[in-house]
Design a protein around this ligand. Structure first.
Ligand code: UN1
Length: 515
């Protein structure tokens, strides 16, 4: 299926014409049908590298649309939960194969819609494929425990069961990978899904749902509702029929979701901000450290939860490191991510550009700007949201640019005396997603592995690049204790059931008869 044949497009089934500007209009996916919103309204998704380029128009979903999606998910749940998990896994495997077949098309659509360079967009799709295959395998594992009972002639075991409807609210920065991280474990465990994607990347979400439908998921098992977070997102969180919410995004929204869900005692898994540090010790391989820092600070234009935004470096090597980082950062080529020679794409939207700009202003009074610091508007770049990779030196750990999540290509360098001071600075943050250390000393490396207060630790690598078969998530205010990816992901989407079968034929009282 190519983009012009997309089932999600309204024009394919006699819906509203796509208009003389050739901008396609896409629809919601509810109960296995592509439908228009009851609002009759749409919103646009634009290419952040060239804002003149409209990717498509998407339904401005309403609470009424959402109610229909939730109802569809509810109706689909009994049959889906009764489907053997290995069979559910097979459908996910088929979906993974479809993503692999359409990898290039998905990657190009992603670059066009949210800006990350093509190599990274391919990586994003690959992460989706990886989790689909991993969770397909969980269909044949999904281990519980079988343990000896403390009483004779009694069997004791635990199994996982689905919770019901999962409300999936996803960000734009990994518009294929993150929805897959959430939907794959939810689905293999037997839940049905209502998916509310970020309003910056509805096209990626639509392409993904098309492939889920093509893989053969029964109607209603996955439903897609585009629209605003204030409307659709909140209503999803507040719905008494939705049993679990998984959200990745900013901390303020996460807090709001936790509050709303808390009142209903609803399970919520949150993946929020980061302020990830790379520690560089005096014995580090500086070439390697520079590679790792540049990649994790400026890759994806700094728009990863895992992005490095602080470098904490021992004083004897700070000048050398900063000189090399500045040289490399100022040579990075900005432009459309569809151009394979480009290193850094645009920021996702105007608000992101303004946020980065305002933090650079804050930074000017806190540290010394040694590189970048402004929008890039020459030639064709004038039509996109481009900001030069920027580095501040002389930052102190508690400065605002050393503390607050910027989510852009801005790096703060903090100089320290020794390992102990480096570790204090690294942990002096309310976030705790990812951290890394560059050192050649194996003992120090292991101390750092022990000492970082983060969910992910790297030794001699940057802070990005988590693989899908280990738990992904953070300590402190990065989250609320849940993990995505790995088999830990199943915890979010399942209830445990402990089962005791007594075949003694008589009443046996645990903790009493066996004392
Ligand atoms: C995110 O930015 O929310 O580890 C996800 C990484 C990627 C995932 C990032 N595998 O950088």
């Amino acid at each position: 299926m190519n983009e012009t044949q997309s089932l999600a497009q309204a024009s394919d089934s006699g819906g509203p014409a796509t208009g003389s500007d050739h901008v396609p209009t896409f629809r919601l996916y509810v109960a296995g049908e592509w439908v228009e919103s009851t609002s009759g309204g749409t919103f646009e998704s634009r290419n952040p590298a060239d804002r003149r380029d409209v990717v498509g128009r998407f339904q401005a979903g309403t609470r009424a649309d959402l109610a229909m999606a939730i109802r569809a998910a509810e109706l689909a749940f009994p049959a889906w939960r009764a489907t053997p998990a290995p069979r559910r896994g097979e459908l996910l495997f088929r979906f993974g194969e479809l993503m692999a077949r359409h990898k290039e098309r998905l990657a190009r659509a992603m670059t066009r819609e949210m800006g990350k360079v093509l190599a990274e967009a391919r990586g994003d799709v690959q992460e989706g494929i990886d989790i689909a295959y991993l969770m397909a395998g969980e269909g044949r594992r999904m281990f519980g425990d079988t343990v000896p009972s403390e009483l004779p002639d009694k069997w004791a075991m635990s199994i996982r069961q689905p919770i019901g409807i999962a409300g999936i609210i996803t960000p734009w920065n990994f518009p294929i990978a993150i929805p897959c991280w959430k939907m794959m474990p939810a689905l293999v465990a037997g839940n049905t899904v209502v998916f509310k994607p970020a309003s910056d990347t509805p096209h990626c979400a639509t392409l993904l749902v098309e492939l889920l439908a093509e893989a053969g998921l029964p109607p209603g098992v996955v439903n897609l509702v585009t629209g605003t977070g204030a409307d659709i997102g909140e209503a999803l969180v507040e719905s008494p029929d939705v049993s679990v919410i998984s959200f990745t995004g900013n901390s303020a929204t996460g807090r709001r979701i936790a509050e709303l869900a808390g009142r209903r005692l609803k399970r919520v898994a949150l993946e929020l901000g980061g302020k990830n540090a790379v520690v560089v010790l005096r014995d580090a391989d500086l070439d390697l450290a520079v590679d790792g820092i540049v990649w994790s600070a400026f890759g994806t234009t700094g728009q990863r939860c895992t992005a490095c935004s602080r470098v904490i470096v021992e004083r004897p090597v700070v000048d050398e490191l900063v000189a090399r980082l500045t040289e490399r950062a100022s040579r990075l080529k900005l432009g459309s991510g569809l151009d394979e020679t480009v290193d850094v794409g645009p920021l996702v939207n105007g608000a992101a550009l303004e946020k980065v700009e305002s933090y650079v202003e804050v930074g000017r009074s806190e540290g010394e700007l040694v590189c970048g610091g402004s929008r890039v508007t020459h030639g064709e770049l004038a039509h996109g949201n481009f900001f030069a990779p920027s580095i501040f030196t002389g930052v102190r750990a508690m400065d605002r640019i050393g503390q607050e999540e910027i989510f852009g290509p801005v790096l703060s360098v903090i100089a320290v005396a020794d390992y102990a001071e480096a570790m204090t600075a690294a942990n002096q943050t309310r976030y705790g997603l990812s951290a890394s250390i560059f050192t050649r000393d194996v003992n120090t490396a292991f101390r750092a592995v022990r000492d970082f207060e983060t969910g992910i630790v790297y030794v001699n690598a940057g802070t990005t690049g988590a693989e899908t078969h280990l738990p992904f998530g953070g300590w402190k205010e990065t989250g609320n204790g849940h993990r995505e990816a790995g088999h830990a992901a199943l915890d979010t989407y399942t209830e445990w059931k402990s089962i005791y079968v007594d075949f003694s034929g008589k009443l046996q009282r645990a903790q009493i008869d066996n004392q």
